[in-house]
Design a protein around this ligand. Sequence first.
Ligand SMILES: [Zn+2]
Length: 510
Amino acid sequence: MSNRQVLQAITLLSMVAATACVPPATATTAVSDVRGASVASSPPALAAIDTVRLRRDLYTMASDAMRGREAGTLDELRASAWVADRAREAGLQPAGDDGTYFQFWPMRRIRTASQSHAALDGVALELWKDAAIVSPVDASIDLPVVWVGAASADSLARLDLRGKAVAALILPPSRPPVSWISLRAWRYTRQAIAERTAALVKAGAAAIVLVADDSTNNQFMPVSVTMRRGAYNIDTTGSDRIRERQPVLWVPQALQARVESARRLTLNLRAETFVYPSVNVVAKVPGVDPALRGEYVLFSGHDDHDGVRFPVAGDSIWNGADDNASVAVGMLAIGRAFVQQPARRSALFVWHGAEERGLLGSRWFVSHPTVPLSSIVAVLNGDMIGRNNPDSAALLGSQPPHRNSAALVQMALDANAHVTKFAIDSLWDRPNHPEGWYFRSDHLPYARAGIPALFFTTLLHPDYHTPSDEASRIDYVKLARMARWMYATGWDVANTSAKPALDPGFKLER
Ligand SMILES: [Zn+2]
């Protein structure tokens, strides 16, 4: 279909939806706000959030030309500049540092330096092919190797391993992680490596060589890639220093015979640390009520993803279409809606950088806000809003212990009841859900700082964090509907006289 046909079809569909689903009595009724009651039900600029524009923006943002928008690279900066340009075009005002749309901040990375060396019996191991360094560490050792094979943790205690390099098979973890779809094998492997390392350190090993077993060998590539990338943090002095620790090598099964027969391990490993910029894009639409325009409803998402990595089925660009171009372009659409019809309070938009490196951009913004933290009345965060069943979605932070504002939750549920009518999945918001999804996006630092916060998402899928999270796999009608839900909720928050109250006694389970 042409764009025009798509537009006509969508217009028709939304008319059908409106007549089919909305009881006439509530379809367009705006409730009076004299006592601070909810003003839900009729956000005025829903049509500003349209699938044609969303599709066009998302295809650009998740295109191969954007190279996966990895934090701390020129690719993230390019994507951020693109977002800021679109925000400016849409009529949003800059709300970052020094009158710009940007808030640059320093990211620190620790990784194994490329001049590091490892050898068995004087023959070099090619790092990241023959052997991965599990964590960056400074180490200079030349030690005899003891092969303990599959010896159990108990039997290790009876061996004399103090001060030696110990080579061992990886064993299945005692507590295999429960996980959903794509990351199960990856997490299993990390857990197996962590448990085996802990047992060998406890037994006194001064250096460790782990050989992959049947259940972890096929994870050598994806897991060693993340080891090679190292660790990221915000650059704050004193934090994240390298602890004194034993060097740990991980080798694939193919090297087992060589490791078993080795007599000496020589390591010359160097950890290197450097600081480089990431960036948050910050924009606003000022409110129109002189008494309330100094307060903000904050729309939150991240514009980074995982960049260019090892190829999967011939594709090496991890486009991050759902994660999280979906929300990034959804926020542009919500911005256009607020420009078309501003609310009483101001709307603030923060496209965080480096979410994928550990919620770094949102942690930075909360500790260096460009508006007073106390003026942010609610945070509506989205992460992955364009996949899975067309009629269901999740709202995390909607039930204890994740809920920190029953009033805000009610506004979101009302907006859904009036506008978007998703069936709401509640399983993923439970504290015992194996994914711990609540803890994995940018609302979290705000919630921890005592700001009412919600997380809108359509949840994980098999393309999550793979190169096949592509623009062609997005459900654009659903994406528009999710953006409309976030907009309708924010519109209510921005216009209701009383800001959403924080629940007393909010305490997360971790
Ligand atoms: Zn994400």
